[in-house]
Design a protein around this ligand. Structure first.
Ligand code: MGD
Ligand code: MGD
Ligand code: SF4
Ligand code: MO
Length: 754
């Protein structure tokens, strides 16, 4: 089944798109027997052209980690023991249904972590799982990450998933805010070799501006680095927008027919003058004006914001302002600006008035947080379990897929206790880690070499339209189950159909999709017989048939013969290095789903949140604030168990500025105690002027010192859990996203009394 590109007697190669970050590089794996012994960039990959980073190069070590679970674990008499798959799913069905029946559907929660966007299973089954449970208790990594961008896109464009991406390869000017792609390799902007693309921008005479409280590797590449005070980007961007408007530099040009609310912006932003924001942002008014003038003067420009602009108190406003700037400078939806990708599995729809985007259709039980995109804040997961009151029952059972909230969400100690109190918990996870150790059943997915790959999510965020599919590079080890089958069986167990054929889940989706398509006058299969179409699908299994269906009904698809040259799974399989679908193209009004059919520039919820931003004009944090950071050889919480990816500079240290260190009496390398609203942790100090004064930085994903885990290498150098400093109460109110950056903390040399 693998894409074998070369063979010798005992070793062969196979292609596999890398699932380890959003860059989606094509890899060439070396395989001996069933073991991956090497990985390099696939030079013929249509998108990544041979790029690989240290994580991709360590694919074999990660894939073959001896601590990966091979068989399910089921808790019996309080102890997790190895079990067969049928026994494990019997336990899931027996654990979930009684809770739902007794306490109602919302008492069963679902937690979805980051790797779901990197797996075929995570792309196809989670909505079915949530649907089968009928629960509103849905928590994902999005509310620790990019939910502000979904909300701003939902409000501006009517579609939470319509996220414009910077046209990296053609832009003349990139304003990059709160992102460090030289370490992260990019996010909400899928671009293999992001560093090379930034260097190419400089080489062709373009300019790069980086806004970041730390002088990161990305900032060092920039023409201009603005070391903003954490959490104040919305103020800075509001002042840039106001400057454009006040100085007559705003020129939305081709966008004007698509805009609504343009005339309301000047008064909404009037107070955010460069002078007014300078104190709060710690950026002088002249620099703010320069940012605006450079943006307006550039032949093409793109504004792009990421983690540092999202996981902050005004994350949705900052995300909104990013696209307001792209609109005001006429750079939205034009080459060299910020464009909407068109993925091969997108559902083609005509533009025009749509259903719009609503927030707060329901609320969390305890703190009454509004839902966003069908989700509740993950920062509120612990209280939704451990606190009674409000309408309905607390969460009593949890289905956790590819998530480690004990480390990735605020206040892991509280969550630890809460998870320990559940009636039932099932985790789909390759590791017994800080979160899965609480489970009653752990269902391990196969390692990535044994799984197929398709980028359902990242093709909608890619700087070039392209499509690639790689089948499993190595056959499933005996006793393994594909993650697609594991999730399909979970869907069945959740819906009271335990024991049914998991293939029925896919068949039902295919039938439903085709029934809808044949009834849709805009579909290429309008009026045809859905049974004929279903019979025409190819693919080795249910997930592949669903992929074939999506490709064929998609914007490049063959429409089941309507466009004979179009895309099908068979054509994609015949192009092992992928199919290039060309540069991003202007698409308006097609991506719009607002009720007006236009870009709604000043949506109600945004206008209602602006007074909070005006109040922030007067805020000046007196003490230190904490920000995060990422390391190229790591990824969130789950790569510290691979020796090839640990050590060296990849350490859980607290960065602090030499002046702050001197003031606090902290020596380089000495342990410091860091205290926040949620608790305290200790970490070695690393004195460095790469952080600005008043800011300290600790990476996330560490804290592997809990009992009952099975990640031996990680436990040997556990680091500290930065999220223990948070109590979960600081949120961006519109999106429910946790404030992870710009968090007030105190730092003292460890050893002094607290
Ligand atoms: N302080 C602070 N906290 C943060 C962040 C920050 O910047 N600062 N970043 C936030 C962000 S952006 C994110 S996305 C979240 C991430 O939050 P999570 O998604 O909770 O964290 P991960 O570490 O990505 O955990 C993923 C889990 O998936 C498992 N896993 C790995 N591969 C697979 C697979 O193929 N299948 C399955 N089923 N499971 C798999 C891993 O073992 C791990 O348990 O963390 C957030 N937390
Ligand atoms: N190596 C590696 N790569 C990863 C990950 C990883 O953990 N490690 N995680 C993946 C995931 S899940 C995601 S979401 C992406 C994230 O991708 P990025 O958004 O590029 O993430 P970071 O590298 O954390 O960069 C965020 C930057 O924001 C800065 N910052 C903090 N606070 C503020 C602020 O208030 N304002 C401004 N302007 N800047 C601020 C930080 O100093 C940091 O340099 O990375 C992905 N790729
Ligand atoms: S940049 Fe990301 S996708 Fe590319 S090899 Fe590294 S981890 Fe894999
Ligand atoms: Mo993320």
């Amino acid at each position: 089944m693998s894409r074998t590109t070369g063979t010798s007697t005992d070793s062969r190669t196979a292609l596999r798109v890398c699932p380890l970050c959003e860059a989606t590089c094509g890899l060439t794996l070396t395989i001996e027997g069933t073991r991956v012994t090497g990985a390099r960039g696939d030079r013929e990959d249509v998108f990544s052209r041979g790029f690989v980073c240290p994580k991709g190069a360590a694919f074999g070590e990660l894939d073959g980690d001896p601590d990966r679970l091979r068989v399910p674990l089921v808790r019996r008499d309080g102890v997790l023991r190895e079990a067969g798959w049928d026994e494990a799913f019997d336990a899931v069905a027996a654990g979930l249904r009684p809770v739902a029946e007794r306490y109602g559907p919302h008492s069963v929660g679902v937690v979805l972590g980051n790797p779901n966007v990197h797996t075929v299973a995570g792309g196809l089954y989670p909505p079915l799982l949530v649907g089968a449970l009928g629960t509103r208790s849905v928590f994902t990594a999005s509310t620790l990450d990019q939910m502000p961008k979904h909300v701003s896109s939902g409000l501006l464009f009517g579609d939470a998933n319509a996220i414009p991406v910077p046209d990296l390869d053609r832009t003349d000017h990139l304003l990059l805010i709160g992102a460090n792609p030289l370490e992260s390799n990019g996010s909400l902007c899928t671009a293999p070799d992001f560093p090379g693309r930034l260097r190419a921008l400089r080489a062709r005479g373009g300019t790069l501006t980086v806004v970041d409280p730390r002088r990161t590797r990305t900032a060092r590449l920039a023409d201009r680095h603005v070391a903003v005070r954490p959490g104040t980007d919305a103020l800075l961007l509001a002042a840039v927008a106001r400057t454009l408007l006040a100085e007559g530099l705003a020129d939305p040009a081709h966008l004007v027919p698509h805009l609504q609310g343009l005339d309301d912006l000047p008064s909404a932003l009037a107070e955010f003058t460069p002078e007014a924001v300078a104190g709060a942002c710690d950026v002088d008014a002249g620099t703010v004006r320069a940012l605006a003038r450079e943006l307006a003067a550039a032949p093409t420009a793109a504004v792009y914001g990421r983690i540092g602009s999202c996981t902050v108190p005004h994350g949705t406003l900052a995300s909104w302002l990013v696209d307001v700037l792209n609109v005001l400078t006429g750079n939205l939806d034009r080459p060299g600006g910020a464009l909407f990708p068109l993925a091969a599995t997108a559902v083609p729809r005509p533009g025009g008035p749509g259903r719009g985007f609503d927030l707060g259709r329901w609320h969390s039980r305890v703190s009454r947080h509004p839902e966003a995109k069908g989700e509740l804040p993950t920062a509120a997961l612990a209280e939704e379990i451990d606190t009674a009151g409000g309408e309905g029952a607390p969460v009593r059972a949890l289905v956790c897929v590819a998530a480690n909230p004990v480390l990735s969400a605020p206040d892991g100690l509280r969550l630890d206790k809460a998870l320990g109190s559940l009636d039932f918990m099932v985790c789909v996870d390759p590791y017994l880690n800080e979160t899965s150790r609480h489970a009653d059943v752990v269902l391990p997915p196969p390692p990535p070499a044994q799984s197929p790959h398709f980028d359902f999510a990242f093709n909608t965020l890619a700087v070039r339209n392209q499509v690639r599919y790689t089948r499993a590079a190595v056959p499933l080890e005996p006793g393994r189950r594909a993650e697609t089958e594991i999730l399909a069986r979970l869907v069945l167990a959740a819906g009271g159909r335990h024991g049914a054929d998991p293939g029925a889940v896919d068949t039902a989706v295919v039938e439903r999709t085709l029934r809808k398509a044949v009834g849709d006058p805009h579909s290429p299969v309008h009026g045809r017989d859905p049974r004929d179409l279903a019979a025409a699908l190819t693919g080795a299994d249910g997930p592949e048939r669903r992929l074939d269906l999506m490709l064929r009904l998609g914007p490049y698809g063959d429409g089941f013969g309507a466009r004979p040259d179009g895309l099908t799974l068979e054509r994609l399989l015949a192009a092992p290095h992928g199919i290039d679908l060309g540069p991003l193209r202007p698409r308006l009004p097609q991506p719009l789903r607002t009720r007006s059919g236009r870009i709604e520039l000043l949506p109600g919820p945004i206008a209602a949140d602006l007074p909070r931003l005006r109040a922030a004009l007067r805020e000046r944090p007196a003490g230190l604030v904490l920000v995060g950071r990422r390391h190229l050889r790591s990824n969130n919480s789950w790569m510290h168990n691979v020796p090839a990816l640990t050590g060296g500079s990849n350490r859980c240290t607290l960065h602090l500025h030499p002046d702050d260190a001197a003031r606090l009496g902290v020596a380089d390398g000495a342990p410091v105690r860091i205290k926040g609203a949620g608790g305290e942790v200790t970490a070695p100090a690393e004195v460095t002027d790469t952080v600005r004064r008043g800011v300290v930085s600790l990476p996330h994903g560490w804290g592997h010192d809990r009992p009952g885990t099975r990640t031996r290498h990680a436990a040997a150098d556990p680091g500290a859990n930065v999220n223990q400093l948070l109590d979960g109460r600081l949120l961006d109110p519109l999106s429910g996203t946790a404030v992870l950056n710009g968090v007030p903390v105190t730092v003292t040399p460890a050893g002094t009394p607290s």
